[in-house]
Ligand binder design. Structure first.
Ligand code: ACO
Length: 328
């Protein structure tokens, strides 16, 4: 069995207090609780307060991970924030987070891989530890999707929620930690899930406000098909690299986008739903924050014990997808 190079020294999550239920959407849009639950599995999602920024949610999750690891801000050498919803385009959320934490010895940068961002960030953090470039690496998935969601578009509005999750990675000391990973990208299908406006191709304009191109646009059915295919691919690839099969997995923690995608992923990997952690019903899709929020909740409710084999599987805009096997 592979010897891990990096391990989780701490974990934390932040979910805003305000909750938007399916009943709230019934009052806002031509939709129903039944349609949303049957097509997505979502019942409610957490929505950030107007002044609750992506960086502030990231700070709250980070403080928990640091407390568990027993380290102060000056011990952190690297901060990696995966986000599709930066508070502003320049500078990064990671720079704001470094200032908020007082982590003055940390190098800080964002990565953009949409919903797959946290898994991408863990692989980057692990590689930095392997290369001797870091020893206390904070990896965040942090999102304020409500700021880029079009609440007049019923096909996307009901899907997304806000939140953040953090892991503190440090060199492994024994058998526990990251055993294998797999990352994949297909940039040819970018326009199936994107934010067309607001960048340098279509800078902010009156037109953009009118045509809503500032918001997330998604070809739902096509994204669904690609998500099922890619997450099935990812689920088996990281396991193969670790010399394991679905039968060895104690807990699958997939990206929480849609219960039907989660069920298809579990079925492909031959993992029964009793060994899958699902919280999409209470959080919706929080993009890069979804897996760390689910992982943190899973261990708090006693679903994780030391030595367990945990499989993370993700998919997002890009398209990006990937997986990671951990010995917890
Ligand atoms: N309420 C009621 N009806 C709706 C709603 C709604 N909220 N949304 C869409 N519909 C309607 C459509 O208008 C359509 O009506 P029509 O047949 O009269 O034209 C009908 O429902 C079917 O629409 P579809 O889009 O084909 O519905 P589908 O079964 O595919 O479900 C959904 C839509 C839930 C969005 C699904 O496609 C999906 O989950 N896609 C994947 C999303 C995802 O996984 N994203 C992951 C990455 S996200 C990221 O990276 C940020």
């Amino acid at each position: 069995m592979t010897k891990p190079i990096a391990a989780f020294a701490g974990l934390g999550a932040c979910s805003p207090e305000r909750i938007l239920t399916n009943a709230d959407f019934e009052r806002m849009l031509d939709t129903s609780d039944t349609w949303i639950r049957e097509r997505t599995g979502i019942r409610e999602r957490h929505i950030a307060a107007p002044d609750q920024t992506t960086a502030l949610m990231a700070r709250d999750a980070s403080l928990q991970a640091m407390a568990e690891a027993g380290i102060g801000p000056e011990a952190i050498d690297t901060i990696i924030v995966a986000t599709a919803t930066p508070d502003r385009l320049l500078p990064s959320v990671a720079c704001d987070l470094q200032a908020l934490l007082g982590a003055r010895n940390a190098t800080a940068f964002d990565i953009t891989a949409a919903c797959s961002g946290w898994v991408y960030g863990l692989v980057v953090g692990e590689a930095m530890i392997a290369a001797g470039k870091g020893e206390r690496v904070l990896v965040l998935g942090a999102e304020k999707l409500s700021a880029i969601t079009d609440y007049t578009d019923r096909s996307t509005a009901v899907l997304f929620g806000d939140g953040a999750g953090a892991a503190l990675l440090s060199p492994a000391n024994g058998d526990r930690g990251i055993l294998s990973s797999y990352l994949k990208t297909d940039g040819t299908l970018a326009e199936l899930l994107w934010r067309p406006g607001g960048g340098t191709v279509h800078p902010p304009s009156d037109e953009m406000i009118k045509d809503h191109s500032y918001y997330i646009k998604m070809a739902g059915r096509e994204v669904f098909k690609n998500a099922v295919r890619s997450m099935a691919d990812a689920a088996t690839k990281a396991l193969e690299r670790a010399g394991l099969t679905g039968a060895d997995v104690d807990l699958l923690v997939p990206h929480q986008a849609n219960i039907r995608i989660i069920e298809a992923t579990a079925e492909h990997a031959h993992i029964p739903m009793e060994r899958v952690y699902v919280n999409v019903d209470r959080y919706g899709n929080t993009s890069s924050a979804s897996i760390p929020i689910a992982l943190d909740e899973a261990r708090k409710c006693g679903r994780l014990e030391p030595g367990m084999i945990v499989l993370l599987v993700t998919f997002g805009a890009g398209f990006t997808w990937g997986s990671l096997v951990l010995r917890w």
